[in-house]
Structures are given as C-alpha cells and as structure tokens.
Ligand binder design. Structure first.
Ligand code: NAI
Length: 302
C-alpha cells in the first residue's frame, strides 16, 4: 500500500499562496487535512499593484474542495503585515504549526544596471519577508515545542544566474538563516528546511524552455514541501530540489584539500603551487564544518 501523511489538527501558513507554487502547496496541505492561511497581496511578478482577489480565489477553491482556509492580504516585506499573517492563523485556528515561506518577486537586471532600490526590494520580499514571518511564528513554535518551517530558495541563488544578483543574494541568504535556525529550533522539535524548485509559473514563463515549463507543474514541487512540513519529516537544515517530478537533496561539498608543511606559516606560493589539490573535488564529502574531525586529523591536531 502506498504511504501517505495527514495534517489533521495542524495549522499552516503559506505565503504568496495566491498563485503558482504557493497555491499548489496550500491545496496539497489542505487536501491532507491542514487548516491553511492563504497569504497573498496579489500584484504583478515584479511586486507592483495588487488586491486580495488572488488569496480569496484560492481560499474559495480550497473550501469548495472540502478543506479549511482563510485569507490574509499582507505583504511579507512589511513587519506588521508579516506579524498579521501569524495572527490570522491564531485568530482563525488557534495556533500555528507550519510556515511555508514562498512569496517572491523578480526585478531582474545586470548588476551594473540594477539600482540599489531594485536590489533592496527583492531582498526585502524574499529574505527579510522570510525573516519577518518566521520571526513572528517562532515564539509560538518554541512554546508548543513543535514546528515545521520551509524556505523557498532557488538554483539562481545556489548556483547563480545572469541578471539576478538581488534575487540570488536573497535566496542564498536564506541558507544562512536556515543553518542557524536548525540549531536554535532543534531542542523544540522545530525543523527548518529549504526547497529549490523548478516550476512553470508566471515567474518562469518565457524564461524556461516550453517543454520543461509544461512538465514542471507547480503541483510537482508541493509533495516535497508537504513532507518537509509534516510530523514525519526527520531532516533538519536540508535543501531539497524539486521540479518536473524529480526530487533530490542538495549539499555543499568540501574537497580533501591540502595541508601546508607545518614548519612554516602558509605562503602565497604554498597556495599557488597546490592550487590543483585545493580545488580538487574527487574526494569531496558533504561540508558540515571546516575543521571537522577528519580535517583535524589531516592537520595533525587529533
Ligand atoms: P508566482 O509569481 O506565480 O507566485 C509568487 C506569489 O508571491 C504571487 O502570488 C505574488 O502575489 C506573491 N507575492 C509577491 N510579493 C509578495 C509579498 N510581498 N508578500 C506576500 N506575497 C507576495 O511565482 P512562483 O514561481 O510560484 O514562485 C514562488 C516562489 O518560488 C518564489 O519565492 C520564487 O522565487 C520561488 N522559485 C520559483 C521557481 C520557479 O521555477 N517557478 C524557481 C526557483 C524559486
């Protein structure tokens, strides 16, 4: 028998759930029993304009399908707005268990042409929006000793792309946030993980090739988000790539490296002459700490 999971009694926030990936995540969580706050101020892909229609529509869809959902129209990049999203969950459903940070916009331009305002706007929605919403939920999660938090990163940040320095900085900044929160929440059964999706949405229309666009339905990403949001989730601080029905974990790698003769302080020549060994990944392992036990042994410290 195929296994599934349920979210009965759980309350979830999905930011930017009026369209695309967020809408699909909200639907899947609700279909499996979660009560969902559908957050979305609406607006265009660059974050301009908007009314509450998108969030209302998704709430109506979920309700029509027999699920439970309420709308919230705040912008995640507004501190009070972000706090209001958590308050909506408390007011409507009495608590908060799951926070799916998904809201996002684009202001693509090469770095030389990008204004600092365009840089800040994107950082504010993706990175600070994720901080504000997660920060508002965090004390509740700590107090109840349970929580699941999902961040939405991107290959554009993790490996880079042209013309998305603002977006890439925001998306990789989330990794630093996750890497710290995974420790701070661990004792309270709070797990913080991240996805790196690919999906055919208005954000990727005309950007990714049509065949991939058609195959990459947003619904193809949501199973990863739902599992990371579930009680069954037994990973913390991981990045899961998801798209077009493909799922895999992503890791930073650490090469074997090179140790300079300890009889002298490392010189520029030491680096230059051993560059090939320093950049060699043939014996790479997941990177957890620069001075892990293996490296300490390699350095003669253990
Ligand atoms: P989308 O444009 O279809 O959906 C984004 C939603 O976020 C929209 O409904 C929008 O109204 C909402 N939103 C925008 N600013 C907001 C704010 N300040 N507060 C609350 N909601 C806000 O785009 P898509 O593709 O569904 O993107 C969802 C997330 O996935 C984004 O964070 C995006 O960066 C990320 N992502 C998407 C990829 C893809 O292939 N579609 C690839 C990598 C990352």
């Amino acid at each position: 028998m195929l296994m599934t999971i349920r979210f009965d009694g759980r309350v979830a926030i999905v930011t930017g759930a009026g369209a695309g990936l967020g809408r699909a995540h909200a639907h899947l969580l609700a279909a499996h029993g979660a009560k969902v706050v559908v957050n979305d101020p609406g607006g265009s892909v660059d974050g301009k304009g908007g009314d509450g229609a998108a969030a209302d529509k998704v709430v109506a869809e979920i309700t029509a399908a027999g699920g439970e959902a309420v709308a919230n129209y705040a912008s995640v990049s507004d501190r009070e707005g972000a706090a209001s999203i958590v308050q909506t969950a408390i007011d409507a459903f009495g608590k908060i268990d799951i926070v799916v940070n998904n809201a996002g916009i684009l202001r693509d331009k090469s770095f030389v042409k990008m204004t600092l305002e365009e840089f800040e706007i994107v950082l504010n929605v993706h990175l600070l929006g994720t901080v504000y919403v997660t920060k508002a939920a965090w004390p509740h999660l700590l107090e109840q000793k349970y929580g699941r938090v999902v961040f939405t990163s991107s290959g554009s940040g993790l490996v880079g792309s042209y013309g998305q320095s603002n977006y890439g900085a925001a998306k990789t900044g989330m990794m630093g946030l996750m890497n710290n929160l995974k420790f701070e929440g661990a004792k309270s059964n709070i797990k913080v993980n991240m996805i790196s999706p690919v999906a055919g949405t208005r954000m990727t229309e005309g950007i990714i090739e049509q065949k991939l666009f058609d195959l990459s339905k947003p619904e193809q990403v949501s199973p990863a988000v739902a599992w990371l949001s579930s009680e069954e989730c037994d990973v913390n601080g991981e990045i899961v790539a998801a798209g077009a029905g493909y799922f895999t974990v992503l890791k930073l790698m650490k090469g074997k490296g090179h140790v300079v003769d300890p009889s002298h302080v490392a010189t520029l020549e030491d680096f230059v002459n051993n560059k090939d060994k320093i950049f060699d990944l043939s014996e790479a392992k997941p990177y957890n700490s620069t001075l892990d036990d293996e490296t300490k042994k390699f350095l003669g410290l253990m």
